[in-house]
Design a protein around this ligand. Structure first.
Ligand code: NAP
Ligand code: MG
Length: 400
């Protein structure tokens, strides 16, 4: 076949360890034979981040801002142990954090479902996508102890003058604890825009929940801003036949449990922290969870939700066989190619990406999979078989 042509480059962010190995193999086996791939390449591997004083991370994020679509490989977030392993100049910050700050985006996670791999919640037959607001609340709160006899106030000031003073608590009967937290209208608004865009893109109904019956001002502000922003999207939602529902967080949990899935669940920071682990676990393997960062002005960065799979990489370095699941990384590529195709009006690119996704899913459904899925797989008439990392990619290529 003649290779599919691209117009605008994809921003390609390479990464670390086992996922870096898979990255090159995915391109070689599943993409380059069919697509005249145009990318602007940034090496976010830890060695190069250290060499460039992390400048490469910032440059790649600015490129994502410029071109609108990026695909990212998993990267190491340095800790003390990595400092000595890679002899780093500095404990560089998480690249994902840096990119998210520059794009001001929200991260959406969604599972990839296959026949034969059942959710721990049997009713969830469709994916639940989850968005977590990643700014403020308890994550940037200040706290203190209060002694018996102390009074604690919430005080606001402007130009050195006190504007308001609200008693938090009079600790006259005994000591206790206090916490002060905040959020920003702009951050909440950006979050709302990203969520409504994602719901439209993926044609999923959306739910957002807080506890505004108790927290009338704080959570009430979230509710109000979401309602204001939704007014801009209401028509588009109607046209796509999806709805947006605001509810209370406890009601949301009950609804999600009873549902078949097939929705976007937008969560405040803490709710998202807790619920994303629950939802991800319910759907099985980390190797089947995708992640996309969406900015409020419609820029996209696609990646797998898992890390660099270090344990498998050390096996690989020793020359041992690995069976690492590449599905989420493949879907990062297809997500990015599809988005690029949509934005540039290249239908063949969109179709190609969809076919690659189907081929990957069919491979598993027909019983050829990596080790992480083996014990989860149960399908009548299909005997599951464990393939190594490269065999799995070749099994997908055969179907593609
Ligand atoms: P991880 O790489 O996600 O791996 C944790 C374990 O989950 C693996 O050891 C493996 O279990 C299983 N697993 C994850 N992905 C898999 C896949 N594709 N196929 C098969 N099994 C898979 O998390 P981590 O070990 O905590 O972190 C490793 C490095 O990744 C760290 O340096 C961290 O900073 C980085 N990280 C990066 C990102 C990102 O860039 N978005 C996200 C998270 C972590 P078994 O060993 O039992 O097979
Ligand atoms: Mg968590």
């Amino acid at each position: 076949m003649e290779k599919i042509k691209m117009q605008t480059p994809l921003v390609e962010m390479d990464g670390d360890e086992m996922t870096r190995i898979l990255w090159a193999k995915i391109k070689e086996i599943l993409i380059l034979p069919y697509v005249d791939l145009k990318t602007e390449y940034y090496d976010l591997g830890l060695v190069n981040r250290d060499r460039t004083d992390d400048g490469v991370t910032v440059e790649s994020a600015l490129a994502a801002k410029k071109y609108g679509v990026a695909v990212k490989c998993a990267t190491i977030t340095p800790n003390v142990q990595r400092m000595s392993e890679y002899r780093l100049k500095q404990m560089w910050k998480s690249p994902n954090g840096t990119i998210r700050r520059i794009l001001d985006g929200t991260v959406f996670r969604a599972p990839i479902l296959c026949k034969g791999i059942r959710s721990y919640v049997p009713g969830w037959t469709k994916p639940i996508a989850l968005a977590r607001h990643a700014y403020g609340d308890v994550y940037s709160a200040v706290e203190c102890l209060a002694d018996k006899g102390e009074k604690v106030y919430l005080v606001t000031e402007k130009d050195g003058k006190e504007v308001s003073r609200t008693l938090v608590h009079d600790f006259k009967d005994g000591a206790g604890v206090v916490q002060g937290m905040h959020n920003l209208d702009d951050s909440i608004r950006s979050f709302a825009h990203s969520c409504f865009r994602y719901a439209l893109d993926s044609r999923m109904p959306m739910m957002f929940a807080t506890k505004d019956t108790i927290s009338k001002v704080y959570d009430g502000r979230f509710k109000q801003i979401f309602a204001e922003v939704f007014a801009e999207y209401e028509r588009a939602f109607d046209e796509k036949g999806i709805d947006y529902q605001y509810t209370l967080i406890d009601d949301a949990v009950a609804r999600v449990m009873r549902s078949q899935g097939g929705m976007l669940w937008a969560c405040k920071n803490y709710d998202g922290d807790v619920m994303s682990d629950m939802v991800a676990t319910a759907y099985g393997s980390l190797g089947m969870m995708t992640s996309v960062l969406v900015s409020p002005d419609g820029k996209y960065e696609f990646e797998a939700a898992h890390g660099t799979v270090t344990r498998h990489y050390y096996k690989y370095l020793k020359g041992e066989e690995t069976s690492t699941n590449s599905v989420a990384t493949i879907f990062a590529w297809t997500g990015a190619l599809k988005k690029r195709g949509e934005l540039d009006g290249i239908a063949e690119l969109v179709t190609f990406a969809e076919r690659l996704e189907h081929a990957a899913i069919r491979t598993i459904e027909e019983g050829e999979m990596t080790g992480d899925l083996l014990s989860l797989f149960e399908r009548e008439g299909v005997m599951p078989r464990k393939l190594n990392s490269e065999e799995f990619l070749r099994a997908i290529a055969k179907r593609l």
